[in-house]
Design a protein around this ligand. Structure first.
Ligand SMILES: NC(=O)c1ccc[n+]([C@@H]2O[C@H](COP(=O)([O-])OP(=O)(O)OC[C@H]3O[C@@H](n4cnc5c(N)ncnc54)[C@H](O)[C@@H]3O)[C@@H](O)[C@H]2O)c1
Length: 356
């Protein structure tokens, strides 16, 4: 592997996320080659092969995994297939970048963790916001300068206008009737779907900046088709936390965070990811009385997460993305929020079992 300049990646799934993020990322990344793509839907796969020019194209996932030239797999399938697909890749000796959420239940992700531990291969979760330069600037300030954290608030509020906005900037998404879908429609239960699709981003950003979450107490309000989760969070550090997941607000995309620290404070505004714009993060430094904000940063989080993943494998760089523990913690967090809404009581993440 060390002599390879580029990580040879195969993308499993030619659906919307592969089309809008992973194919372009693999072609643009400086240290990656789009070696293969795979999808059971022939029409979709053939069209994507013509557009993105991978070296190989597979209908059958086992055949792609048997390719000795393949180094790693991006799992870009529906959530319900993530753990099985990631496990298969690891067992075949391939590193894995798996879309978020890593899984849909605690036990399956724990089983995947045992495979990661046994194989010693790299598994990174597609929590790409960790590669947002604005969010990274907040993390650097927290780690190096901020001192103790008093409290963290984070919000992720999808917009009723999101498709009007994202359709304008995403490539035209091609769909196929032959695509492999989970037995149960993921959108059959919208509360579960919103938590898996969006809640996992909110939890991961909160953990990235605030550290381990040990307990949550959540309430859910459902009116006029909108759902709002307010979640009281206890961080292991002793910091107080509050998370707000709302789908959808009757306004623009509304995502961000605020942190009160010992030697300063942070306030961040995150954009809808399809604008590929780094978050606006204002950092107030108590010592100098100044506020700083990085500008003009490279906001292609999807390409940057792939480059980071490849750097870990090719050069032994430290993992800066979400690892198996982070993926598991995010799933535990989502389950804990769902259980707390149901019981009306605080729930410890370490004690939850079952599916979101
Ligand atoms: N990080 C982000 O910002 C972000 C945004 C959107 C979606 N996602 C995630 O991306 C994932 C995929 O979303 P999507 O909308 O592209 O999914 P999708 O289900 O529409 O598409 C997945 C494709 O994979 C193919 N496939 C599945 N299993 C296969 C197998 N075993 N062999 C061959 N082909 C197989 C299907 O045929 C389908 O074409 C989801 O987990 C979602 O949460 C992440």
């Amino acid at each position: 592997m060390a002599e390879n300049e580029r990580l040879r990646v195969g993308v499993l799934g030619c659906g919307p996320i592969a089309q809008a993020a992973h194919f372009e990322s693999a072609n643009k990344a400086g240290n990656v080659e789009l070696h293969a793509i795979c999808d059971v839907a022939d029409d979709l796969r053939e069209r994507m092969a013509a557009t993105y020019a991978p070296r190989k194209s597979y209908r059958d996932y086992d055949e792609m995994l048997a390719d000795p030239e393949l180094d790693a797999v991006i799992v870009a399938t529906a959530d319900a297939f993530h753990v099985a697909a990631a496990t298969q890749a690891l067992e075949a000796g391939k590193h894995v970048l798996c879309e978020k959420p890593l899984g849909v239940a605690v036990e399956e992700v724990e089983a995947l963790k045992r495979v990661v531990d046994r194989t010693g291969l790299v598994l990174q979760v597609g929590h790409m916001k960790r590669f947002d330069p604005g969010i990274q600037s907040a993390k650097a300030f927290i780690d190096r300068e901020m001192g103790e954290m008093l409290a963290l608030k984070a919000w992720y509020c999808d917009s009723t206008h999101r498709y009007a906005m994202t359709d304008a900037v995403q490539p035209q998404i091609i769909r196929s009737k032959a695509a492999k879908r989970p037995a149960v429609d993921p959108k059959a239960d919208l509360e579960r779907y919103y938590m898996l699709a969006h809640g996992c981003h909110l939890l991961d950003v909160a953990r990235f900046l605030g550290g381990e979450i040990i307990e949550v107490e959540a309430r859910l309000n459902h009116r006029f088709g909108a759902r709002c989760w307010f979640v009281d969070v206890a961080f292991a550090s002793g910091a107080l936390g509050h998370l707000d997941l709302t789908v959808a607000v009757r306004m623009d995309w509304h995502e961000g965070f605020q942190i009160y620290g010992e030697h300063g404070s942070v306030i961040g505004k995150t954009y809808n990811p399809w604008y590929f714009k780094s978050s606006d993060v204002d950092i107030f430094h108590e010592a100098t009385g100044e506020t700083t904000r990085i500008l003009g940063a490279d906001g292609h989080f999807y390409r940057r997460q792939l480059e980071g993943f490849a750097d870990v494998i090719l050069n032994g760089a430290a993992m800066t993305g979400a690892d198996i523990e982070d993926g598991l913690a995010s799933v535990r967090g989502m389950v804990a929020i769902a259980r707390s809404v149901h019981s009306g009581k605080p729930v410890k993440l370490a004690e939850v079992t079952g599916a979101v």
